[in-house]
Write a protein that binds this ligand. Structure first.
Ligand SMILES: *[C@@H]1O[C@H](CO)[C@@H](O)[C@H](O)[C@H]1NC(C)=O
Ligand SMILES: *[C@@H]1O[C@H](CO)[C@@H](O)[C@H](O)[C@H]1NC(C)=O
Ligand SMILES: *[C@@H]1O[C@H](CO)[C@@H](O)[C@H](O)[C@H]1NC(C)=O
Length: 661
């Protein structure tokens, strides 16, 4: 009997495997017999090419994941039972200069992250449909919500409105973007089934006021006139702003992290008989620097409970995020508030407490989502098994080997970037980069003064966002000890601030006020989108306005960082102080793996791995680690350069586990 049942069991198992292998893929199922129609709204149900479909979609931003890992992450998403993915599109990276576009071949630092066509094609190869959200405003905890900073060169521009200057640039960009994706629509045999118009537009302005539909219509026209035929829609939180951000005639979807019934009941009232979808079911949450601890967002239990409620409504879902990835370089966004601390920059990790971690690891939310989707999904398709976790290594600590002083850094700024501006002006207004200004990084406002006696530095207006004062190459400001430091000199919280300059050597002294753009706000009211960075009031010493100012941008472009010369060997034991650059190399035997840098012992700054600007670090956290995906490393010698604002550590520590705190 035992033997017989074993055999029977084996036969049944073989049959089950055979039948699961006979299952169609998502594309086979929905394109069987040819494609005659795309995604449509039926009665309380989406229909794709004539068949009912519930969308199980997950957000992943291609520009937050190194391209070598796109397929890896997409496989994991498909293995969870997802039949679709969703991505925003970052205008600021795709049009780095006005009228200059980059879809992967632009030769810019992040060009490797920008081949959207390749990403969409891989998604299709991995049997996933695609929901595209081009914005052009994307929020996303991304620099300026994805808007290019050069828009701020127009003094009175009204972003996210039908202001002709803004809409003109939107149209120019969308024409280029749509040309990239038009043949990747579902009805042309590609993956794109739906395209979003703007983003949470109901949250922009008074919740009850109907928003600028001329602007929404202009985005719709840009899609349609460029040949987009798939389903168009908007998304908002109905309980906050009802349908004031929607465009009549187009489906509205709901964004939330709790209480789906509240949002869905409102959607049903607003759009009777229409299919329900959560376009952003927030799986977790994000962190700001200075926060005392990591925000986990929904616990796995609540995450599963609300997901089940979504399914009980027969609704479709897009998990925002399913895989968050990282905000590389200076690409983090920020929030502004009416209350202290008024502004808060987002950390470089976009782990988001999502089902797949920043490094692509499975979490409890992954298992919960996988189980609930399997129970809800009535369309059986061939689902791959989840790929194994990627290995992680805590490489041995490496000692910093060389440094470049602040003065040497400044000397190596290309002369075409250094401008006499007279009095201070914001970084976007600087006449550099072919008339596009400075987009990201820090800007030095330099003046020559006589500091033989103590004097008072006065800054009129606000600092955007953090200022360091350096006299004759020497750091005069201290690293913040706690959030309370924000009440003192050097931060955005203060309007009209002063700093005591102690008497220095007689003669002419070089006074530098270095102002860091810590990331532009990505969400809020129209007035919150005035995100000019640097200084734009007045800089004075003892009441006398400085009018001999030179602006020196510190953009930290990869080619510049990699071309730096004058590295001096560290003997060890030097009392180094920032701002400065430190460099080290270390060797990896065999294929590199993923790893994390634990920056707890450092203060504040940026990390460059083999020239790639990984992101920022800050000693007050909550984030402690910066994720290094293996493809940024290589077998043999690797180089890491750190820009440190205040106090450097003498080593770099690696860990195999993220510390989000
Ligand atoms: C909805 O309202 C809450 C409470 O006022 C607010 O915190 C949140 O940011 C709003 N969400 C959106 C998407 O508007
Ligand atoms: C969901 O769909 C099922 C089957 O079509 C139906 O019986 C049920 O009433 C629907 N539930 C809701 C909340 O619409
Ligand atoms: C800051 O200085 C400006 C110019 O002198 C003045 O108009 C403004 O009222 C001052 N703000 C505060 C908060 O003192």
């Amino acid at each position: 009997m035992g033997r017989l049942s074993m055999t029977l069991g084996s036969i049944l198992l073989v049959m089950a495997l055979a039948s699961s292998q006979d299952l169609p893929t998502v594309y086979e199922y929905y394109t069987e017999g040819g494609i005659t129609s795309g995604l449509e709204t039926g009665s309380n149900q989406f229909i794709l090419n004539g068949k009912d479909i519930t969308l199980y979609s997950g957000s992943i931003h291609y520009y937050r994941v190194v391209p070598e890992y796109w397929r890896d992450r997409l496989k994991r998403m498909r293995a969870a039972g997802l039949n679709a993915i969703e991505t925003y599109v970052p205008w600021n990276l795709h049009e780095p200069k006005m009228g200059v576009f980059d879809f992967g071949q632009g030769g810019n630092d992040f060009s490797r992250l920008l081949d959207i066509r390749q990403f969409l094609q891989i998604a299709q190869e991995e049997d996933l449909l695609v929901i595209l959200r081009p914005g052009p405003y994307i929020c996303a905890e991304w620099e300026f919500g994805g808007l290019p900073s050069w828009l701020l060169r127009y003094p009175d521009i009204k972003v996210r409105t039908s202001d002709p200057i803004f809409v003109g640039h939107v149209r120019q960009y969308l024409d280029q973007l749509m040309a990239q994706v038009v043949d990747l629509q579902f009805t042309s045999g590609g993956p794109i089934i739906a395209v979003q118009i703007e983003n949470e537009y109901g949250a922009f302005g008074e919740p009850t006021e109907i928003k600028d539909r001329v602007y929404l219509g202009a985005i719709r026209d840009a899609y349609v006139e460029n040949g987009i035929r798939e389903l168009l829609f908007t998304c908002d939180t109905p309980a906050n702003s009802s349908d004031t951000g929607a465009l009549p005639g187009y489906l509205q979807m709901a964004n939330f992290n709790t209480d789906p019934e509240i949002q869905f009941e409102l959607l049903k009232e607003l759009q009777p008989g229409m299919p329900l979808m959560s376009m952003e079911y927030w799986t977790g949450w994000f962190d700001h620097w200075f926060e005392s601890q990591h925000n986990f967002g929904n616990t796995p239990e609540n995450f599963a409970r609300y997901l089940q409620t979504i399914f009980n409504y027969n609704a479709s879902v897009n998990f925002y995020m399913f895989h968050g990835g990282s905000a590389f370089g200076f690409m983090n966004g920020a929030n502004v508030f009416d209350f202290f601390p008024n502004y808060a920059a987002d950390v470089s990790s976009y782990d988001y407490g999502a089902p797949l971690s920043e490094a692509g690891d499975y979490t409890e939310k992954y298992t919960r989502a996988q189980e609930l989707i399997a129970l809800d999904n009535k369309v059986q398709t061939l689902t791959p098994s989840p790929p194994p976790q990627n290995p992680k290594t805590a490489y041995p600590a490496v000692t910093m080997q060389e440094f470049i002083t602040y003065d040497q850094i400044i000397q190596q700024i290309p002369t075409e970037l250094v401008i006499q501006i007279g009095s201070v002006t914001n970084m976007e207004a600087l006449d550099i980069n072919d008339g596009n200004g400075q987009a990201y990084g820090l800007v030095v406002y330099r003046s020559q003064i006589d500091l033989s006696t103590t004097a008072q530095l006065q800054i009129t207006g606000r600092i955007r966002d953090v200022a360091m004062v350096v006299v004759d190459g020497e750091q005069k400001t201290k690293r913040p000890a706690s959030q309370l430091a924000l009440l003192g000199f050097g931060y955005w919280t203060q309007e009209n601030s002063t700093f005591l300059l102690e008497g220095a050597a007689a003669g002419t002294n070089t006074l530098d006020v270095i102002v860091e753009n810590w990331g532009r706000n990505n969400f809020g009211q129209p007035s919150d989108f005035d995100q000019r960075k640097g200084l734009y009031g007045e800089l004075a010493v003892d009441g006398v306005a400085l009018n001999d100012i030179t602006a020196i941008p510190l953009e930290f472009k990869s080619s510049w960082v990699q071309g730096l010369t004058g590295w001096q060997t560290l003997a060890g034991g030097e009392a180094l102080s920032g701002p400065l650059l430190l460099r080290t190399t270390f060797s990896i035997t065999g294929a590199p793996t993923d790893t994390f840098l634990d920056m707890s012992a450092w203060s504040k700054g940026s990390i460059f791995v083999n020239g790639f600007h990984l992101g920022r670090f800050f000693h007050l956290g909550p984030l402690r680690t910066n994720y290094i995906p293996a493809p940024l490393l290589k077998e043999g010698l690797n180089e890491i350069i750190v820009f440190e604002h205040y106090l450097p550590a003498d080593q770099l520590q690696f860990t195999d586990t993220p510390i989000l705190e």
